[in-house]
Design a protein around this ligand. Structure first.
Ligand code: SF4
Ligand code: MG
Length: 315
């Protein structure tokens, strides 16, 4: 059983490389084996931070991360490495993480060789298999990343991730940089691989339209907090939280989709100094006095659907 559960709290933001680690405040996220969970929110809501914590790349300042019931933060470095290998992350820009001086065969085959998942003798066949599975022609395995298109580079990133036999994939805006037609191809690949390899996914996107087609469950974040969580059909049919409703209202049909970052009206406040009470109150069309003062907590509003909004108490 693969199970992530725990309270993850990251109260202060700190710069990591050029990016900012956004605050994640008392998030409780459980991902069941075989599930695809879509994690959605605007830029700066903390979804990438949460994804990195779940993937074991970024330790939370406070909280626990359970993998198959084991507290990964309590493991030795060697044990943690082994468990983290089973979780792979796929990012928006695979090019940034593909060594430009390495041939595709080595990009895909290096980690499995290092970790003893394949022998020298079986290496070539193993690399071919990984490439084929990601929809790449092994005939091109002597080529370098720059000789591939954006979509193909994402396939190289996927082949590399899968080559270490993970059972859990965290995709962070994995299709955001691709043209819409290529997006659909890569999303279909993810879904095919899910069945073929029995994968579990955390699919992070700013775009509700992207997660609609592949998620079993959707988690909506706003400024470091989960504001709504529900089965995908419920989120799209009966969104409860005003933030989810406004995100949904601005999702055009996939065919005509343009990439728009801020879709809800109003500026996104700084995640490091969020508004009091309900973080969404300055942008919420239903805000009441209470919303400025009191933090709403997640409550079940329908079977499997939880929402953090004071309107649910008034009703
Ligand atoms: Fe809007 Fe208040 Fe609900 Fe927050 S708690 S979403 S401000 S109605
Ligand atoms: Mg991000």
């Amino acid at each position: 059983k693969l199970d992530f559960a725990g309270r993850i709290a990251q109260r202060l933001g700190a710069p990591v490389r050029e990016e900012t680690v956004h605050a994640v405040d008392n998030v409780d996220l459980t991902i069941r084996k075989g599930e695809v969970v879509g994690l959605v929110g605007e830029s700066g809501c903390g979804k990438s931070t949460l994804g990195r914590m779940v993937a074991g790349i970024l330790p939370p300042s406070d909280g626990t991360i359970l993998r198959d019931g084991i507290d990964v933060l309590s493991l030795s470095a060697a044990e943690a490495r082994e468990i983290n290998l089973r979780t792979q992350m796929i990012f928006q820009d695979p090019y940034a993480s593909l060594n430009p001086r390495m041939r595709v065969a080595d990009i895909v085959g290096e980690a499995p060789l290092v970790h003893g998942l394949v022998t020298r003798a079986g290496y070539d066949a193993y690399v071919d298999e990984q490439m084929r599975r990601a929809g790449l022609d092994p005939a091109f395995k002597r080529r370098y990343p720059h000789q591939f298109s954006g979509g193909q580079r994402q396939r190289i990133g996927i082949a590399r991730a899968l080559a270490v036999k993970p059972d859990f994939i965290v995709c962070d805006e994995a299709v955001a940089a691709l043209d819409v037609s290529i997006q659909a191809q890569i999303l279909n690949l993810f879904m095919r691989l899910r069945t073929e390899l029995d994968l579990t996914y955390l699919f992070i996107s700013h775009d509700l339209g992207v997660v609609e087609h592949l998620s079993d469950r959707v988690v909506i974040m706003y400024l470091g907090r989960v504001v709504e969580e529900a089965p995908a059909e419920t989120v799209f049919a009966r969104p409860n939280h005003p933030y989810t409703q406004s995100l949904l209202a601005s999702v055009p049909r996939i065919e005509s989709r343009k990439r728009a970052f801020s879709v809800v009206k109003g500026e996104i406040p700084s995640p490091l100094n969020p508004p009091s009470g309900c973080h969404f109150h300055p942008r919420c069309p239903h805000a009441m006095e209470r919303c400025k003062l009191e933090k709403p907590v997640l409550k079940e509003v329908a079977p499997g659907q939880r929402s953090a909004c004071h309107l649910n108490d008034a009703a």
